[in-house]
Design a binder for this molecule. Structure first.
Ligand code: ADP
Length: 399
């Protein structure tokens, strides 16, 4: 990157009005190191944690204006939480190290995924409701995140394809009823056929059976769902679809940890949940909410994926931790949940995902597919660990 490029980017950023009406982002020291490679600019903006939503428009505007500069094809800008007092101020006190639940002489001494003591947060544990399974589907795994835009859907799709590449039969249910993204991510259009008047046949892409609210309503339709309607739409997509025999149904959950998510997590017979987070403190705090939510409904957390974790310069292969990478791994260790892997921030992942050709399918031998395949392997191991540790499951010990 030339000094001139950097100066032009800074000049653009200085000119964007701040949502809080204050001095510009550059003179306030909010702009990270700027990295430009192959015409793509990457940087982050550190904003007060409480103001993240207000700065989202600013972030988009920065991406747009920097992307329009001569010699820059595109920009990727991320918001990071401003660190106050070492960035730990907002964190709850550290949980004690997890001890294995119900130690078993033949069991691997790893903490049982998703059940560290003292980390389930305040509030009562909602007893696991009797959730009837779905005939033909061996396991249902949720992919969740504390907030939107962290790459949850991208991870869900590539995880599903990664699991499939390990030889499993996989379905993908887009439970993000408000903002379905599976039709776009898998480049699927059209309506599912119905058989016998009610049962729908899932659409198929890259070998995955997929179902999404996006297949059933026009993309532009505003959807104001009330709680019960969300539930009945979800129930229908789960139970009134000809899924056939599946080893795993991956569910792309709606972002957030509100009531709708809680209800959903309670209604769906989940084998476990994968939490997607970005390295930023902000997202990590939200990831913790996700963990707490699943614990409340006694759904095991299979592990955390750190998305947009680091950036590999395409020309030199040098690694840049521009977004403060490593937070999710440390957090997973602290909470005693498995760390499933880290996915770099990559133009190829964004482009392929947004054009409906996920990297796992479009470049199965490439480096990003390898990352997702490893995440799929670890997820599978975690599912098996949870099943083995579940008290209600009969355990067979081979001597
Ligand atoms: P969410 O489901 O959390 O809202 P998405 O999966 O829709 O997030 O991703 C948000 C945006 O970020 C999309 O444009 C997607 O292509 C992009 N994205 C996701 N993961 C990555 C990554 N590792 N590198 C670059 N872009 C990514």
């Amino acid at each position: 990157m030339t000094q001139d490029q950097k100066d032009r980017i800074l000049a653009v950023l200085r000119a964007i009005p701040m949502p809080d009406g204050g001095a510009d982002a550059v003179s306030r020291g909010m702009v990270s190191e700027i990295f430009v490679a192959s015409g793509k600019a990457f940087f982050s903006l550190s904003v007060p944690a409480s103001d993240a939503e207000r700065f989202e428009g600013f972030r988009r505007e920065a991406e747009r204006r920097v992307g329009e500069l001569d010699g820059i094809e595109a920009a990727m800008v991320a918001l990071t939480a401003e660190r106050k007092g070492g960035g730990m101020a907002a964190r709850p006190p550290a949980a004690p190290r997890a001890a294995p639940a119900a130690p078993h002489p033949h069991h691997h001494p790893r903490p049982r995924p998703g059940t560290p003591p003292a980390a389930s947060g305040p509030g009562p544990v909602v007893p696991r409701a009797a959730k009837p399974g779905i005939p033909g589907i061996a396991r249902i795994v949720a992919v969740a995140s504390g907030k939107g835009g962290v790459g949850k859907s991208t991870t869900a799709v590539n995880l599903a394809l990664g699991l499939q590449s390990l030889g499993l039969k996989i379905g993908l249910l887009d439970a993000d009823i408000y903002g379905p993204s599976v039709p776009r991510l898998l480049n699927l259009k059209g309506r599912p056929e119905t058989v016998g008047g009610r049962t729908m046949v899932p659409l198929q892409a890259y070998g995955l059976k997929a179902m999404s609210m996006g297949f059933l309503v026009e993309e532009e339709t505003p959807m104001i769902w009330r709680g019960p309607m969300v539930m009945s739409a979800l129930t229908q997509m789960l139970r009134e679809v000809e899924w056939g025999e599946l080893d795993i149904l991956v569910v792309d959950m709606p972002p957030g940890t509100g009531d709708a998510q809680l209800t959903m997590a309670q209604q769906v017979p989940l084998a476990g949940a994968v939490i997607v987070s970005t390295p930023q403190d902000l997202a990590l705090i939200d990831a913790r909410k996700g963990l707490a939510m699943f614990r409340k409904v006694e759904v095991p957390v299979l592990g955390i994926v750190e998305n947009m974790s680091y950036f590999l310069a395409p020309d030199t292969g040098k690694r840049y931790d521009i977004f403060g990478h490593g937070g999710a791994r440390a957090e997973a260790e602290r909470l005693g949940v498995p760390f499933l892997g880290e996915v770099p921030i990559e133009m190829a992942i964004r482009e392929s995902s947004d054009s409906g050709h996920p990297v796992m399918a479009s470049d199965p031998d490439g480096p990003h597919a390898a990352v997702y395949r490893e995440i799929a392997r670890r997820t599978l191991a975690s599912i098996e660990g949870v099943a083995a540790a579940a008290p209600q499951a009969p355990t067979i010990v081979f001597e």
